[in-house]
Design a protein around this ligand. Structure first.
Ligand code: GLA
Length: 402
């Protein structure tokens, strides 16, 4: 009995150092990251201006709170081994930058790598995990994206456990974004380690293509979407599949951006903008800040959507169960031609998350998210045009009076 007690006490003591910070991402994190548009060209002016724009553009009000610096902010380690910011790019230092971001009511994110060098060749965290975590805590970091380049000889599960424990020990609640590209199936082991995990290699600003770089590939929006197949069961509040940061506003057409954004909402994906939000068009801003689309992404049930039906090669219908018995529904046109659709709700049963909806017995009000208007009910055929590479995104609200 005494032995058992000792073991129990030891276990609970050690678990103090072996947890993730819970409850930091009950809905998918929303913010901005420098990589997709700026790559290594980061400096403190860009980050301050971006934080300002986050507020003035209405993105903060729409829910985007993280300002995350990706690769290439790093300088050298000091004589004790503590990582420093690049003094040319960040002359005021990371603490001052974090303070500024916090003063705007936003949160601050940084990037590191489990290997000895980041993907961009800067200092990685290998061998310095606990010291780096201390430094981040001291600076006021709220979010850490942790990459997987130059990790020869490391196992992903162990490496991410180490940084999780280091962050926990340092004592400042920090969202941990696991970025090992899905290589080692993090959805199977990372629920208690990180708050989100990348499911694929890097995204590019292309709707439907693959770029082959020789030793690695980057993927278009549709390619990444297809790679989410079979992963929805692993996601939920505080542990999300991450199909990568968004390319909205980075060169695709408005329809493609709308489709990309809508699908990320349907997937309950982290919504991390990757464009220059200081200089975005009204069209881009309207997409990123569409409140109804965001409410689909941020629904408190946190159920990832799924592909429900296919019409030919081009049209897919996706569903996402929502709170209050609601559903989000997205018609995606992957093809090159506009399509006319006449959809009869009564022809198909919606079944998921313990629900069974036969539209002969249930009536829902239909709201068109991009047209921003109510569009009748599920009693009648839903007839509409859907342009190439675009979506029609609907929210269905149960009409309880029936
Ligand atoms: C990897 C990541 C990207 C980005 C770059 C930075 O490719 O997957 O998201 O962080 O590294 O070098």
């Amino acid at each position: 009995m005494k032995k058992l007690l000792v073991i129990l006490i030891l276990c609970s003591t050690f678990s103090l150092y072996g947890q993730k910070f819970k409850g930091l991402a009950l809905t998918p994190p929303m913010g901005w990251n420098s990589w997709n548009n700026f790559a290594c060209n980061v400096n403190e002016n860009l980050i301050r201006e971006t934080a300002d724009a986050m507020v003035s553009s209405g993105m903060k009000d729409a829910g985007y709170i993280y300002i995350n610096i990706d690769d290439c902010w790093h300088g050298e380690r000091d004589s004790l081994g503590f990582i420093q910011a690049d003094p040319q790019r960040f002359p005021s230092g990371m603490k001052a930058l974090a303070d500024y971001i916090h003063s705007l009511g936003l949160k601050f994110g940084l990037y590191s790598d489990a290997g000895w060098k980041t993907c961009g060749g800067r200092n990685g965290s290998r061998g310095y995990e606990y010291q780096d975590a201390l430094q981040y805590a001291k600076w006021g970091v709220d979010y850490l994206k942790y990459d997987w380049c130059n990790t020869e000889g490391l196992k992903a599960h162990g490496a991410y456990l180490t940084i999780r424990d280091a962050l926990y020990k340092a004592g400042r609640p920090i969202v941990l974004s696991i970025c090992e590209w899905g290589n080692d199936k993090p959805w199977e082991w990372a629920k208690d380690i990180g708050h989100l995990w990348r499911t694929t290699g890097d995204i590019i600003n292309c709707f439907d293509c693959v770029h082959d770089h020789g030793t690695w590939k980057s993927w278009g929006v549709m390619q990444i979407l297809d790679k989410q197949d079979g992963l929805r069961q692993f996601a939920g509040p505080d542990h999300w599949n991450d199909p990568d940061m968004m390319e909205v506003g980075n060169g695709m057409t408005a329809g493609e951006d709308r489709a990309h954004f809508s699908m990320w909402c349907m997937l309950a994906a982290p919504l991390i903008a990757g464009n220059d939000i200081r200089n975005m068009t009204q069209e881009t801003r309207d997409i990123l800040t569409n409140k109804e689309a965001i409410s689909i992404n941020q629904d408190s049930l946190g159920i990832q959507g799924f592909k429900f039906l296919k019409y030919g090669d081009d049209i897919e219908i996706w569903l996402k169960p929502m709170s209050n018995d609601g559903w989000a529904m997205c018609f995606l046109n992957r093809g090159l031609n506009e399509r006319k659709i006449s959809y009869n709700f009564k022809d198909h049963i919606f079944q998921d998350a313990g629900r069974y909806i036969d539209f002969n017995n249930h009536k829902f009000t239909v709201y068109d998210v991009w047209a921003k208007k109510e569009s009748g009910t599920t009693e009648k055929n839903y007839i509409f045009q859907i342009p190439s590479h675009d979506v029609v995104l609907l929210k269905l609200t149960l009409n309880k009076s029936r």
